[in-house]
Design a binder for this molecule. Structure first.
Ligand code: CTP
Length: 399
């Protein structure tokens, strides 16, 4: 599975750095090309010559290559890689990555890399439990980085607990399954609605909502990484897609979102309705800015069409299409979500409960349950990037 994959291995100053030689050997044995970047501290624990020999590539650690002032191009390194693995990742480097600090070649390459980043921390028991480290790991997860949790065992200090870097074979297996899975949606066309809709009252005013679009865009990124051809029909959002090849159709109102979705839906294998579509729109839109003449004003609203429901009706003729909806509920959550599953002819529905702390519009985290006609699976509070993994994995399992 790692055949031909280009991997940058970042090695930090940690006693676990001695295992990097074994890790490189495992990766190379499985067909990967590996380039190693070491921090200065890492060199106290393992010699660059060892890692250069096992990786069959020069080891980089400095911005300047030689006395002639030739520099090591971290941007090129970042673009070269299919994946950047930082193992062992020390508390110090994790702190820098989480905060955009960039004082060595490893951190500069991290900031330049467009590829997925996988981080395997290693540190002592109490350090790994410290709120600052946990907060930094959460920040990295929210950027979409993947963390291979440290393992339990005897630590260099003599303490026993969690903090050992995951064993090289476990890291290799993780990467194999990561790359192996990445073709699960090859040949599939995925359509995702995302963000809010804005319903205009006049040329300058609208009724809208706080949806950031993060959830829909993260799902789009994950589907793309799994080999799918992805289109997002997107309301106005600040969030950016990770990949140029993801097609974005920008819309404002629910009517525009419906039209764009109708255009793409017949050709779609999987549709995911993550948008927070306004249920109502003003009955009329004034051509000119409305003046404040009276002491009060009322706006008559009329119902928008339900995009997911409309697609559910079309889907009845093409039973191979797989559709996924979202339900944001405050009470009788499971029952209400199941009603939506039926009413909108979804194959799967993702339930967020507003009762859960950290779930919903304004957070980087979400806590979901995935419901289909037979099962309900409840997940922990996670970053939206990780939740997107869970959702896409759940779709793949059901296809
Ligand atoms: N949805 C849609 N078009 C609409 C409204 C909702 O496509 N006009 C989709 C959402 O993207 C989501 C699902 O339907 O996937 C459920 O949305 P939600 O607002 O929870 O459901 P409603 O049917 O509007 O029910 P409620 O009365 O709870 O607001």
């Amino acid at each position: 599975m790692l055949k031909g994959k280009k991997i940058i291995l970042g090695v930090c100053g940690s006693i676990a750095a001695y295992k990097s030689a074994l890790l490189v050997r495992e990766l190379v044995k499985n067909g990967a090309q590996v380039k190693v970047i070491m921090t200065d501290a890492a060199k106290e624990f393992i010699g660059p010559l060892t890692l250069a020999t096992v990786s069959k590539n020069p080891v980089e650690s400095s911005f300047v290559k030689n006395d002639q002032g030739e520099w090591t191009n971290h941007v090129e390194l970042g673009l070269w890689a299919d994946l950047m693995l930082i193992a062992p990742a020390s508390a110090n480097t994790i702190g820098k990555l989480a905060n955009g600090l960039c004082d060595n070649l490893l951190t500069a390459t991290y900031l330049s890399a467009r590829c997925p980043v996988v981080i395997a921390p290693a540190m002592d028991l109490d350090m790994y439990q410290h709120p600052s480290v946990l907060g930094n790991l959460d920040a990295l997860k929210s950027f979409g980085n993947q963390i291979i949790d440290a393992e339990h065992g005897e630590l260099a200090s003599g303490l026993v607990g969690k903090g050992r870097m995951a064993e090289p074979e476990h890291i290799t297996t993780y990467l194999e399954s990561y790359f192996g899975r990445s073709q699960a949606l090859a040949g599939k066309k995925v359509l995702i609605t995302a963000g809010p809709t804005l319903e205009h009252l006049d040329p300058v005013r609208f009724i809208g909502n706080h949806s950031s679009g993060k959830m829909g865009y993260e799902i789009a990124n994950r589907c793309y990484e799994q080999g799918a051809e992805v289109t997002i029909v997107s309301g106005p959002v600040q969030v950016k897609k990770d990949y140029d090849a993801i097609n974005v159709v920008s819309v404002q109102s629910a009517d525009e979102m419906l039209d764009a979705t109708l255009n793409h839906f017949p050709d779609t294998d999987i549709a995911i309705f993550a948008a927070a579509v306004a249920d109502y729109k003003p009955k009329t839109k004034a051509d000119q800015k409305i003046k404040k003449n009276d002491d009060s004003m009322s706006i008559e609203l009329v119902k928008n069409k339900d995009i997911a429901k409309e697609m559910g009706l079309i889907k009845s003729q093409n039973k191979k299409q797989f559709t996924v909806g979202f339900a944001l509920e405050t009470n009788n959550e499971e029952e209400n979500a199941r009603k939506k599953l039926e009413k909108k002819n979804f194959d799967m529905i993702v339930l967020n409960s507003l009762q859960d702390k950290g779930a919903g519009f304004k957070h980087n985290t979400n806590k979901i349950s995935i419901i289909d006609r037979n099962n309900i699976t409840k997940f922990e509070l996670k970053s939206k990037a990780e939740v997107a993994y869970d959702i896409v994995e759940s779709i793949i399992e059901r296809l």
